[in-house]
Write a protein that binds this ligand. Structure first.
Ligand code: DAH
Length: 339
């Protein structure tokens, strides 16, 4: 029996040594250590061994099993190591090869201008809020002191979904929505897309963007409005920029003004950019009309406020010196890449 055991062990160890893969090793394991393997077969012969010799034979079989198992583990480790080394050799990276070029997009000129603009107002403590593009007539017109039959409604003809629901013509309805919440004081900036029934040309589009500003608190005056816009213009267009307020009319502000800035190209001397005048019209603004405050649930005897509306495309075109608004919507990568 001893000779047989030594023979099995010898052959098993040889088979382990000859194995070149983990699968091979597993086969060896099954045929020598498995339930129907050589060692099990040998143990079946125990009944023919004299009872006093059985513990010794049992110990020998266990030793042989341990030896085979140990060799097997070692062989497995060395095979795995070899596989890993070969894999690493195959996967060597040639860092001198040219890489695959990834085309990364970048921000649209409108977005660049908007983020620059927002940064200035956020610095002054404004919060950025957004309102719906599909709006009720009540917010877009009625609460802004533009009742049915008001001529301003003709100038801002739009796309109606029903008689009372439309695509907003301005971002000013966000003013009414914010005031209605009753939270005071108010200091918000509201950028967004607006719609008008306009023909497309170099300065018009049926869909464009505005940035609305609104401040309401106790004791807000026209001086606050002037100081705020002056500060913005200098930070946004350059420290030399001057602002000029021209009287104007908007139904929802009283008094109202249009604001011009000195041309940042020529500094006010007159050039192609400002059409020789030295000034560039930039936005509409005014003190919130007491009727608008009242209709939105704010007591005009206690509170006052100012508002302004900036045409985002206008500012983008000026800042990036683009002379046709249509270029902003065509999404030609060759154009957009330049900003
Ligand atoms: N909503 C106006 C427009 O689209 C622009 C405007 C003017 C907004 C005066 C204002 C403002 O907030 O006070 O023409």
């Amino acid at each position: 029996m001893k000779a047989k055991l030594e023979q099995i062990t010898k052959v098993a160890l040889e088979a382990i040594e000859a194995a070149t893969s983990v699968d091979h090793l597993n086969d060896v394991k099954v045929s020598y250590l498995g339930k129907k393997g050589e060692l099990s077969k040998l143990l079946k012969g125990m009944k023919d061994v004299a009872p006093e010799d059985r513990p010794k034979v049992g110990q020998m079989v266990n030793e042989a099993r341990a030896k085979i198992e140990e060799q097997m583990e070692e062989a497995k480790t060395s095979i795995m190591k070899k596989i890993r080394e070969e894999k690493m050799k195959k996967e060597v990276i040639d860092v001198t090869l040219p890489g695959t070029k990834v085309n990364v997009g970048h921000r649209h000129p409108n977005q660049i201008a908007l983020e620059d603009l927002e940064r200035v107002f956020i610095g002054m403590g404004y919060e950025v809020v957004e309102g719906p593009e599909v709006e009720y007539d009540r917010y877009n017109f009625e609460l802004l002191n533009i009742p049915a039959n008001h001529p301003a409604k003709d100038e801002q003809d739009t796309f109606y979904i029903t008689k009372d629901i439309l695509l907003r013509t301005q971002t000013s309805p966000v003013q009414a929505r914010i005031m209605e919440t009753g939270r005071m004081p108010i200091r918000v900036l509201s950028p967004g897309r607006v719609f008008r029934s306009d023909e497309v040309d170099a300065t018009h589009s049926p869909s464009f963007h505005q940035v609305e500003g609104l401040v309401v608190d106790k004791g807000i005056t026209f001086a606050d409005l002037k100081g705020t816009l002056q500060q913005w213009a200098q930070e946004f267009f350059g420290p030399e920029t001057k602002v000029k307020f021209r009287p104007h009319h908007f139904p929802f502000t009283e008094p109202s003004a249009e604001v011009d800035i000195t041309c940042f190209k020529c500094g006010g001397k007159g050039c192609r950019m400002c059409k020789g005048s030295g000034w560039i019209e930039i936005l509409g603004c005014g003190m919130v009309h007491p009727k608008v405050l009242k209709d939105c649930g704010i007591d005009p005897e206690v509170y006052s406020g100012f508002a302004f509306g900036i045409g985002l495309e206008r500012v983008t075109l000026l800042k990036s010196e683009i002379d046709d608004m249509r270029l902003l919507y065509e999404n030609d990568a060759r154009f957009l890449k330049q900003f």
